[in-house]
Write a protein that binds this ligand. Structure first.
Ligand code: FE
Ligand code: FE
Ligand code: FE
Length: 177
């Protein structure tokens, strides 16, 4: 079995291609499940970004003579499944929004690892143009992770805490009655 860095790169590109195409399916569902308009917009914008990221992977594969399809990213299957579970278990509102942000950030972190590796491998191989394309996507995934943290801190977590406080209060009131 020939295991060269090109073989490794092929598997990594195909795995990431599988991951991104799964995310293309998942993001509209996450957008629909979200209540916060800011979060809905973030998912919508990341969907458009993801379409360009898929095109970049296709471009890199075509430059290197690699077929983009061929692997299934099982890690992304698991992450998407966990996200779907949250949507099933929680009512729509700020608590589900907070959970969706957490699920989305796990996806971003997986992608940050994947694109970091791809960028480094391509750079090592002297494939500068392809490495630059993957570095662009890497930056988008990092920016998205930061944006999600910002939405959580500025809006969604305070709203989720407000929900809890309101429930506690009504609980206390009925307890006192
Ligand atoms: Fe992505
Ligand atoms: Fe994977
Ligand atoms: Fe992403």
């Amino acid at each position: 079995m020939a295991t060269t860095i090109k073989d490794l790169l092929t598997t990594a590109l195909q795995d990431t291609y599988s991951a991104e195409t799964q995310i293309l399916d998942a993001l509209p569902k996450m957008e629909e499940a979200a209540t916060s308009q800011t979060l809905k917009r973030a998912f919508q914008e990341h969907l458009q970004m993801t379409q360009r990221q898929v095109e970049r992977l296709e471009e890199v594969c075509s430059q290197l003579g690699i077929e983009p399809e061929g692997e299934t990213c099982e890690a992304m299957e698991g992450l998407v499944e966990e996200g779907e579970q949250l949507v099933d278990d929680l009512d729509e509102g700020p608590v589900l929004d907070a959970a969706l942000i957490g699920a989305a950030q796990k996806v971003e972190h997986y992608e940050i690892a994947a694109y970091g590796t791809l960028t480094a491998m391509l750079k090592a191989m002297g494939e500068t143009k392809c490495a630059d394309l993957m570095a662009q996507t890497l930056k988008e995934e990092k920016d998205t992770d930061e944006l999600l943290t910002q939405v959580a801190e500025s809006e969604v977590n305070p709203a989720a805490l407000g929900t809890t406080a309101a429930n506690d209060q009504s609980g206390r009131r009925s307890g006192a009655a």
